[in-house]
Structure formats: structure tokens, C-alpha cells
Design a protein around this ligand. Sequence first.
Ligand code: U2F
Length: 448
Amino acid sequence: ESQTQTSKHIAVLAFPFGTHAAPLLNLVLQLSQACPDTLFSFLSTQQSNSSTFPMKLDKVKPFDVWDGLPEGYRFGGNPHEPVGYFLKAVPGNFTEVLDRVVAETGKPIDCLITDAFYAFGADLADELSVPWVAFWTAGPRALFVHADTDFIRRHVGVNGPQDMPLDFLPDFSGLRVADLPGGITSGDFDAPVPALLHKMGQALPRATAIAANSYEDLDNTVVNMLKLRFSMYLNIGPFNLVSSSTVDDSHGCLDWLSKQEQASVVYISFGSVITPPPHELQALSEALEESECPFLWSFRGDPEKQLPSGFLERTRPKGKIVPWAPQQKILEHSSVGAFVSHGGWNSVLESIVGGVPMIFRPFFGDQTLNTRTVEAVWGFGLGLEGGTLTKEGAVKALKLTMCSEQGKKMRDRIGQQKELAYNAVKPNGSSVENFKTLVKVVSNKLTL
Ligand code: U2F
């Protein structure tokens, strides 16, 4: 049995919503390759494990924890609700399973890796006397505003002016209070996720190391501030360049793309959590028809029911709508000219690696921050006028991105950023070197 050959045991606690568990598992698979003598126990909910675990793995074992849902619970459409229930069940649901895993394997835990969301990782690691590695799945700038929430709140004031520039933070002058995630200066501070993130910001200085899915040259000023705040902040991404995932193209997206002209197609996806409201779906559909761009849409839901009547028939020659798409490969395809997205961090990184300018309709969390950062700091994407999808706003953004001088500039800038991303993962690149340091941390071989 492989377990008898492994000398170390690392426990991994995942956040089972959005695109969190998948990149964490990705990190664990990379670590498992680098530490063949280590057994990894990966704890998440049954639903999350069943969708993220690719196959039975020898040294990385999934364990299901309670999802916290009340008996007979039925999902009513609000994606934040199951998150709220789950957060009431932590950390008890995790520690219960951890105790069982240790008892069953006879292997005490040598290191704790958690989603950075879990501030309780600090106390848990102390109790176990092991290093705590926190994995941050979003961008450096979002981490920074959570780490500095108290300072920002004092400076802006609770419910302070939304249009106030954030120029009191280095390299934030292009951003405003309105671009911050909810729960930092306004909103319900006691709601489950804002409370969680506030605690996270306070606990993370206790982490032995923080690993993030980003790279040194992206948002470098902010990265340098994070390095001052934390004992060890390590960018080890972008993961879409360091891992090889299998491509599921059962809907023939890549074939379809290869029949389209260079940089002519608009790719649309709002990530794994969100579907825009009906009137915005209508507005985007009308804008696509008016702009006459070919489009590929990864659509969560039922397009027949949710898109305007006749739209599917009328756009069939130019458009392709699928329930799930091989997004990374699509964004790397030369036929794609723009990406309409919600601004999730994984999507931003994948668009950079594809060299595709973005148009954003942000919904929650870090998405508004990502939107403004790409638009105002990095200059390779656009927010929509008024922040939501209207026909006029979307037509304007599509025209600007696909066929204007400014669009060409955005493409040039993102092309340069793409090169920096590739450099980070070359042999001796910054992410590769940071990963080697992380391996030392998790195998307790670091001499500080
Ligand atoms: C949460 O993000 P989401 O899961 O909503 O969005 P992304 O971070 O952009 O990740 C979506 C992933 O799903 C993939 C896509 C990304 O890797 O390639 N995908 C796909 O393969 N095929 C499809 O048809 C559609 C998507 C949260 F909402 C964000 O605010 C956070 O930034 C993010 C990370 O913490 O998690």
C-alpha cells in the first residue's frame, strides 16, 4: 500500500465553492510530484470532491466533510446561501474528519494547507504545532484590500463616498471606493463572507507562507507591499501555464473556432457561479446581433428559455452556444478577439495567457476590483458603462475592443503581459523558484 511508503502527511482544507477547490487541488498535485514521500488528505464537501477529483490518486486522497445544509434543504437560486450554511459548520466539520483521518492512517499531520479564506487555519496549525500554508485563489490586489481592511475603513469611513479615489494606497490612484469588494467600507460587515474575509486579513500574518495563483510581474507594486506584510508571500502561477488539464471539447468549440477568422470571435462566460439577470441577457443578445461579431457563449442555464425569442435561429450562422467550454484552450485560440466575462481571477489569468482583451460585467467579491485594475491600471480591458450590460454599452465596448485603435493598444499590452506570464514559469522563472521555496516549507526543510 502506498500509504506505508509515505513518511509525511499533509492535510488540505478546501473552500468548496466557485473556482477555489480546483486550483487548490492543482497545487496539491504539483506538490505531490515534488514530494513523493508525502500523503495528502484533501478535505472538501462531497459535491466539490466529486466534481474536482479527476480519478483515484495514489497519494492524494479526497475526504468528504459536512456541507452544513439543513435536512431537506433545496437550492433556491441564491448562490450565497449554501456558502452561509457551510461557514456555520466550519471548522468543526473539518476537524472531525481530520481526527478520523489521523486515527485511520496512524499518521499525524506534518503541515496544514488551507484555502486562505480559513482564518481558523492559524489556530489549528498552532494546536498541531505544524506550519500553516494559506493558498489565495484570487489576485494580489484583492488580498491586499482584505489585509488592509481596517486601515481602509478608517480612512474612508463607514459608508464613505463611493467616488473617493483610493489614492492613499500605493498604485491604487486609478481606483475608487466603489471598486472595493462589498463589506470593506460598506455593506453588511457581519454577513458570512465579509466577516470571513475580515478575519482572514487579520490571521494571515500568522501563516508560515501564503501561496497565490499569480506571478511577480503582475501588479508588482502591490506584490511588494504583500511581501512586507506577510512572513512569506509566494506567487506560484499562473496555474493555467504550470498544469496540464485534460481538454473536454465535447461540444466542438475548437473545431468551430478554427473555421473563424483571426481575432474575430467574442467569447462569453460569466464563470461558475453567476448567470446575469434576464434583462441583461437580452441586452447582450441584442448587442451581439447588432455588432454582427461571431460569438461563442458558455451559457449557464437554458438558452432556449432565457435568451430572446428567435435569437438562436437568427444567430445560428454566426454564433455557438454551449453549456460548458474548454475556456483555457478557447482563449489561446487565434480566432478569439475579445472575452466578455464577470472578472473572476481565473478568467483574468487565462485571458492574459491567451493575449485576449476583456470586457467586464462584474457581480461580487473581487470582480469589481479586477475590472478596474485591468481597465485603469493595466489597460488591457474595459468595464461597461454604468457597470451593467445594456445594448448600447455592450455594442460600444465590442466595437472599441474589436475594431478601434484603442482595442489594438489593449491587445498589444496584453501581449506584453502574456510574455511576462510565460517568463515566470520558465526554468528559473520567478514562479518556479517560489514553488521550490514552498516545497521546502511544506516538507519542513526550510531554514529561516
Ligand atoms: C470565483 O470565480 P468563478 O468560478 O465564478 O470564475 P473564475 O475565477 O473566472 O473561474 C472560472 C473557471 O471555470 C472555467 C474557467 C475558469 O478556470 O476556465 N470555465 C471553463 O473551463 N468552461 C466554462 O465554460 C466556464 C468556465 C469567484 F466568483 C471569483 O470572484 C474569484 O475571483 C474566483 C477565484 O477565487 O472564484
